[in-house]
Design a protein around this ligand. Sequence first.
Ligand code: PLP
Length: 372
Amino acid sequence: MIYLDHNATTFLDPHVLAAMEPILSGTLGNPSSTHRFGQAAKALLAKATKEVAAYFGVQTADVVFTSGATEALNMVIRSAPKGGHIITSSLEHIAVLEALKFTGCEVTYLDPEPGHGALSLKQIVEALTPRTSMLVVMAANNETGIKTDLDPIAAFAQERGLKLVVDGVAQLGKEPSKLPQGVTAACFSGHKIHAPTGVGVAIVRRAHRAHPLILGGPQQRGLRGGTENLAAIVGFAKALTLFPESSAPIAHLRDRFEKDLQASLNDLVIHGADQPRVCNTSHIAFLGVDGETLLMQLDLAGVAVSHGAACSSGTLEPSRVLLNMGVSRDSARSSIRFSLSRFTTEEEIERAVRIIANVVSQLRAYTYKVEN
Ligand code: PLP
């Protein structure tokens, strides 16, 4: 089976597992306990916190471990002062969109400009009102890989004293993630970077004035009650050390994948191919083919991929992200997301291209037969 769905989740890196193993099987205490077992756990927690802070270029006091990015995003977004105005994009992850509903703020959801897959500073400036207090943007889109030009937005937010929340999930590990000064909060997820599920990080700078979502003990400076998930936290910190130095090898594989598919099949549209994208993501419309059928046939043929979003009523809807980017319903319906990782091999890409070309050709031939 060839796994090309790393934006959904990743496998645990064996080195991450090795770092976690002594904690899972040993006799470590609760980091809040005063005895030596507790102190040993506390030291490991402090070390992991320091490593995470150093990776993002922030203070240790800015690091809050959570259960994942959904919780982190809820915490930092729901810290918005009530009654204000928030600007975001219609392309954000559902975790952002749902959290925004509970802020008590007016929210402006911007579609990107025609032909684009990310918000621009110009659009944000145009949507600004005197009550705007927070911006929420994603560093890269999880469906298309298209990157937001974050630096000018961060500089603007800093100049205007606006809070800026960055959903960094789809970018982490693909390229360096030092946070620009104007970012007041940023959220990341363990299971997208070959660390375990059940751990995430919120980087929360003092200027964000966050309050806790999970109330309980005084852990993590009162910003997230509950005993820390130490093994997963240590795994997260370890995963940060294993990122490839350069994104070039994965980008090379992704580009080769797209080129070889284009050479094998007609009527393909690679969404966002002309825009800056993270190295591992490719979202492609196979025109004339139903994406859901294609996904199932590829699964049977040995390639695991992903297609749009299943809406709550159970009927399959084309990707909201593609539709909000201005992609036609037909094109969105025929689209499949492929996402690679550092474990994806050249041989897998070659094999995947052959399988996809076969399956798409068969489905097109069948559709052609039925229609005629
Ligand atoms: N943000 C983005 C861009 C994502 O892709 C995801 C997960 O798919 C999340 C947030 C939520 O992350 P988690 O699964 O850690 O809650």
